[in-house]
Design a binder for this molecule. Structure first.
Ligand SMILES: NC(=O)c1ccc[n+]([C@@H]2O[C@H](COP(=O)([O-])OP(=O)(O)OC[C@H]3O[C@@H](n4cnc5c(N)ncnc54)[C@H](O)[C@@H]3O)[C@@H](O)[C@H]2O)c1
Length: 326
């Protein structure tokens, strides 16, 4: 059975649906602090907090868990700069607790949601997994610390892991049951969509970068493709595969202006985004090479284009203006 930590969040809830479709047995562990019970659509939940090992033990008790998928974390870069202690506690100490309880329960296989933020400022593009890791904010530091923890757990205890470094997760369930409901929402595609719908402000930060139209280039990956990559990672580990680190992106990269134009094309709405000065700390271009995930996990992204990511997210925001609150 699979334990999905953080399964009530944006990416974790899409994973839960994918596990149901694949006929896997699983249980979700989440404290619902930043997730939504409605996103679980009745899937089995143990309400537990990574920072409380006793509550974690309850999730493992009397269940034959063989793999942990670990999505639970604080994720906002800006918040991590303001409140680093909370990030070290939740993302690093919390993961340590989860690993220890998993180890006590005899779990030997672990899939971790890491991030492009472990790389920091790019020295080459596209970035492959051997790119130097020099995070520029506490969020990226906490994720890199967990990656290192996992390496040492493999060496010492034989706990094998796949560390998946996502670039920008985007899109929503094509059937419209699930979507992104972060508060505040800081991700680009939802912000542009909410601006088009007249529900939020949106500005383009800088149009004088050395890119094709002067705005920043980012790599977007459909949330359902992320879920598929996790299934590949589970298969890899269950068939005895060694620990791995893999990027998950679409390898293409789109500028902010291209995202705005695609939103206007898909929705038929005007975005009308103003240009503001650059924000400190934004890199011009962040694009992944995901060849390793394709080779080693058999990953075949279904939605590499921007349009389906925007269509699915737009359908969600239109049909659920208040997100999971009804
Ligand atoms: N969203 C992205 O673009 C992106 C990009 C790179 C990496 N990631 C990583 O993917 C993972 C999931 O991201 P998301 O966008 O779905 O985030 P999210 O905030 O939507 O989901 C995180 C879930 O974890 C739960 N959680 C957090 N702390 C917990 C704790 N102490 N105990 C129990 N549950 C806890 C929250 O309640 C929430 O349901 C994170 O680890 C994040 O770092 C996300």
């Amino acid at each position: 059975m699979i334990l999905v930590a953080g399964g009530a969040g944006y990416i974790g809830s899409h994973m839960v649906k994918r596990l149901e479709q694949a006929g896997e047995r699983f249980v979700v562990l989440d404290n619902l602090e930043r997730g939504h019970e409605a996103a679980l659509r009745g899937a089995s939940l143990v309400k537990a907090d990574l920072r409380d090992p006793h509550s974690l033990r309850a999730a493992f008790a009397r269940r034959d868990i063989d793999v942990v998928l670990h999505f639970a974390a604080y994720i906002e870069v800006g918040e991590s700069v303001q409140e680093p202690a909370a990030f070290w506690q939740n993302n690093v100490v919390g993961t340590f607790n989860l690993l220890e309880v998993a180890r006590e329960a005899g779990v030997q296989q672990f899939v971790f949601s890491s991030t492009a933020a472990v790389y920091g400022e790019p020295v080459r593009t596209p970035m492959d997994e051997d790119h130097p890791t020099v995070p520029t904010n506490p969020y990226g530091e906490t994720k890199l610390a967990v990656e290192r923890m996992l390496e040492s757990y493999d060496e010492a205890y034989g706990l094998r892991s796949v560390r998946l470094r996502y670039f920008n997760a985007a899109g929503a369930d094509p059937e419209g049951e699930l979507g992104e409901d972060h508060s505040p929402e800081t991700h680009l595609i939802p912000r542009v969509l909410l601006k088009a719908l007249g529900r939020a402000e949106f500005r383009v930060f800088g149009d004088d970068y050395p890119t094709r139209d002067g705005t920043c280039v980012r790599d977007y990956v459909h949330v359902c493709d992320l879920a598929d990559a996790h299934l590949g990672a589970v298969g890899h580990l269950r068939s005895g595969g060694e620990s791995l680190v893999c990027n998950l992106g679409n390898g293409q990269g789109f500028t902010v202006k291209e995202v705005v134009a695609a939103v206007e094309r898909v929705t038929g709405l005007k975005v009308g985004a103003e240009v503001a000065p650059r924000r400190p700390g934004d890199s011009a271009t962040l694009v992944a090479s995901s060849d390793r995930a394709k080779e080693r996990l058999g990953w075949r992204p279904q939605y590499p284009k921007l349009e389906p990511m925007i269509e699915h997210a737009f359908a969600w925001f239109k049909s659920r203006p208040d997100g999971y609150k009804v």
